[in-house]
Write a protein that binds this ligand. Structure first.
Ligand code: FAD
Length: 453
């Protein structure tokens, strides 16, 4: 019997979740994540049911000398939720959400998806900032920032954190809050999975919905440059109630198009007034902007990101959007190799951008345009084309970009020294010191890694 099989046999009677080895039937499903390009084979997958399982899985990995990967929602395109030949701590069985409506607080387990979270909190007309695609994990998104429809009004997802329960590198369990282990609480709000495995999160909630005013309008691609100029100018007038994105996309009928998506999180009447200029601009070929459930707003983009699609992403932040940048964006989009490819511009403003850069580890507090080159395709034979288009587009946008980058959008090859600096900016030295205190041996290194100082 191998060392791993013997350790699994010893731990199994206590372990509440599942310990899955390569020959076990669930292995193939369990090892796959959102990005179909990631084809790693862990030596062991520990599907945990609680903090004790996580703690035992960490100790087991260390005793066997296995690298540790941590899977929350498994959405990260860089694929660091899994590991070749190591131990994957998989939290997909831990998706419980508990809401205290009287105090407007929610607790979410470490493997919760945003669709689980929104479903429970919306029972009470409550929400917090979360991702715009419902199958994204709460954990990875929040630990690395977390923007969505509520970001201008209520900040990043991590700005709404009250506490995080973490299993540390030695297997011990700690609760970090503003008052308790405040250094760790500062670090996990933006430092990603570097400091431990987040077993659960405690969030502040806000009154949102259940109906909001939002949706999509789309214009033909030959209007793309004018629509992007309108988007640039109109975003400068937005109140904190509105989050808005523009996307160069291919419609299901095969026509290329430019879409504008927005959600207003206040009253329906205010939302209708605020989004009237968006609906009124030009001659849209599609207008599905109106009253909709907040839950539906968080699912309206889901189909554009099929599970198992092969993904390669690059992103940059543009403080301003010049005419020359718009020309480049549209020209590059026209060359894309797959109808699933897109370029998305997310306008960051409001509460999230008013938080000082050193208030949390998360450093991208600028106002401006987060630009995602979302290269996606289905056939393995198209890997080289899909990757090359994304890299070429990224290169051509360099004259227009700022210093910071959104680390949750990193591909595996972004996790370099330069990528680490762009992600953490001036907060990196303090993060390194806190890493030395809580994870001196860098047990948790499959992330945008902060090496201990
Ligand atoms: P995973 O791949 O499971 O994990 C990502 C990283 O976090 C890994 O390093 C992992 O080890 C670590 N990690 C995961 N869980 C834990 C845990 N419990 N404890 C400690 N470390 C952990 N971002 C936004 O801000 N807003 C969006 O609207 C948005 N939309 C997206 C839509 C799609 C289709 C995709 C693919 C991504 C989107 N993202 C968005 C990016 C998203 O924030 C990141 O992909 C994020 O890492 C996903 O979190 P996850 O838990 O699903 O990821």
């Amino acid at each position: 019997m191998s060392l791993i099989a013997s350790a699994v046999k010893d731990l199994s009677p206590m372990f509440a979740g599942r310990l899955i080895q390569p020959n076990d039937a669930p292995y193939n499903d369990a090892r796959l994540i959102h990005n179909g390009m990631i084809d790693k084979r862990p030596a062991l997958i520990a599907q945990c049911r609680g903090t004790a399982d996580i703690s035992d899985a960490i100790k087991l990995a260390k005793s066997l000398g296995l690298e540790i990967a941590v899977r929350g929602g498994g959405h990260n395109v860089g694929g660091r939720a899994t590991v070749e030949g190591g131990l994957m701590i998989d939290l997909s069985l831990m998706r419980g959400v508990h809401v205290d409506p009287a105090h407007k607080i929610a607790w979410a387990d470490g493997g919760t998806l945003w669709k689980d979270f929104n479903r429970e909190t919306q029972q009470f007309g409550l929400a917090t900032t979360g991702g715009v695609v419902s199958s994204t994990g709460v954990a990875g998104l929040t630990l690395g920032g977390g923007f969505g429809w509520l970001m201008p009004k209520y900040g990043m997802a991590l700005d709404n954190l009250r506490a995080v329960k973490l299993v540390l590198a030695d297997g011990s369990v700690t609760r970090a809050t503003r008052d308790d282990h405040s250094d760790l609480f500062w670090a996990v709000r933006g430092g990603g999975g570097n400091f431990g495995v987040a077993a659960s999160f405690e969030f502040d909630l806000h009154d949102v919905g259940p109906m909001v005013f939002g949706g999509l309008v789309a214009h033909p691609i030959d209007r793309a440059k004018d629509v992007l100029k309108f988007f640039r100018d109109h975003t400068q007038t937005l109140s904190d109630d509105v989050f808005m994105v523009a996307a160069l996309i291919t419609a299901p009928d095969g026509h290329k198009a430019i879409g504008l998506a927005a959600v207003h999180c206040g009253s329906l009447a205010d939302g209708e007034k605020a989004l009237k200029p968006v609906k009124g601009f030009g001659s849209p070929v599609l207008d599905v902007m109106g009253p909709m459930p907040y839950n539906a707003a968080n699912m309206m983009l889901d189909e554009s990101f099929p599970k198992g699609g092969r993904c390669y992403w690059k992103s940059n932040f543009m403080p301003t959007l010049s005419d020359a940048a718009i020309d480049t964006l549209v020209d590059q989009f026209m060359r894309n190799p797959s109808p699933l490819c897109g370029i998305v511009l997310e306008y960051f403003h409001g509460a999230a951008t008013r938080v000082p850069v050193d208030a949390t580890a998360y450093a991208l507090r600028d106002q401006g345009f987060n630009v995602l080159i979302n290269s996606q395709w289905l056939d393995k034979a198209d890997d080289a084309k899909g990757t090359a288009w994304c890299q070429g587009t990224h290169q051509s946008l360099q004259p227009f970009v700022g210093a910071r980058r959104y680390m949750n959008y990193y591909s595996d090859d972004d996790m370099t020294d330069a990528g680490v600096s762009s992600a953490y900016g001036p907060n990196l030295p303090r993060l390194r010191q806190i890493k030395r205190k809580y994870d001196p041996d860098n047990v948790f290194h499959l992330n945008v890694n902060i090496t201990p100082q």
